[in-house]
Design a protein. Structure first.
Length: 307
């Protein structure tokens, strides 16, 4: 299929038919440069596969074996399974020559946050979306790192609606914490980092909210605020529901910033902004691959790993 931009759409497969995979499907179908060639789960009677089939999307219940059997069906795979599973899937995708976008906090591929390093990652074969809290916080964490060289400690606290935390989210909580902390240190240069995830059972469900606090010796709020405005605009270009709750302030010897995310409501309820921001970031990444592949100089480099 040819896109409105005049080139062949990038064929993608979605591995994982749960909430994240089902929401990704809606976003892929809306993309001007992506085409869903295969939606994969393990049960043809699952709600996700039934819905995909009704939308006219080819489906399979063979798991990763579906990609292995028909590698020519797709160029890129969104892996929406689990961190443990992706560590097994990654080498398979690599052997098959597929680009993989890891939706889990596995830390198996190069960490990507579109607002920060999208262009730099466009030649990497295996990229990792870090975590929902990471996608919300890392762009701002990166700004603090750019404007301050003496970050002693940084803390990321994310609250999400308990109802938005499905089975996949819950079994990956340990990996979520470790991966997000690793990303905070990598993108900011801070000496110590801590990540906290709160599952709030409130009814009606709350929107996702992330608060960043950074202990620095000499705050430069004027420079930070100047870059902050532009970064928020960039984030909102691919995550429309991204909103500032508290802009950068100096409080109790720390820089504090708070943001919230309300989802688009494509497949998931709008309060599930934690899943929506992850999927919006993944779509922005896939679309960069799609557009980049049209250039003669495009190549896919060997993946980079971060401990």
């Amino acid at each position: 299929m040819v896109s409105a931009e005049g080139f062949r759409k990038l064929k993608v497969a979605i591995l994982g038919s749960g909430n994240i995979g089902s929401d990704l499907l809606v976003k892929v179908l809306r993309s001007p440069v992506l085409e869903c060639a295969l939606f994969i789960g393990r049960n043809l009677a699952s709600p996700g596969i039934v819905r995909a089939k009704a939308l006219g999307v080819p489906v399979s219940d063979l798991g990763i074996e579906a990609v292995h059997r028909e590698p020519d069906r797709c160029d890129l795979v969104f892996d929406a399974t689990s961190a443990a599973d992706h560590r097994l899937h990654g080498p398979v995708f690599d052997k098959l020559g597929k680009i993989s976008i890891d939706m889990t906090p596995s830390r198996a591929g190069r960490m990507i946050v579109p607002a920060v390093n999208l262009k730099a990652c466009r030649y990497s074969r295996n990229v990792n979306m870090v975590s929902c809290g990471g996608q919300a916080a890392i762009p701002l964490v990166h700004l603090i790192g750019q404007t301050h060289s003496d970050i002693e400690y940084m803390e990321i606290v994310t609250s999400i609606a308990s109802r938005s935390a499905g089975f996949g989210t819950r079994i990956n909580i340990d990996e979520y914490v470790e991966t997000t902390e690793n990303a905070v240190g990598y993108f900011s240069g801070c000496r110590r980092a801590k990540t906290i995830l709160i599952l709030n059972p409130a009814i009606p469900p709350i929107n996702m909210q992330t608060t960043i606090s950074a202990k620095v010796t000499k705050p430069d709020l004027d420079r930070l605020k100047l870059l902050f405005v532009e970064m928020v605009k960039l984030l909102q270009s691919y995550v429309p529901g991204y909103e500032v709750v508290v802009p950068p302030i100096w409080e109790s010897d720390r820089i504090v910033i708070s943001v919230k995310v309300r989802g688009l409501g494509d497949y998931l309820p709008p309060y599930a902004g934690n899943l929506d921001i992850l999927n919006c970031a993944a779509i922005a990444t896939a679309e960069e691959y799609a557009r980049g592949r049209q250039k003669p100089s495009y190549r896919v480099a060997e993946e980079e790993h971060y401990a």
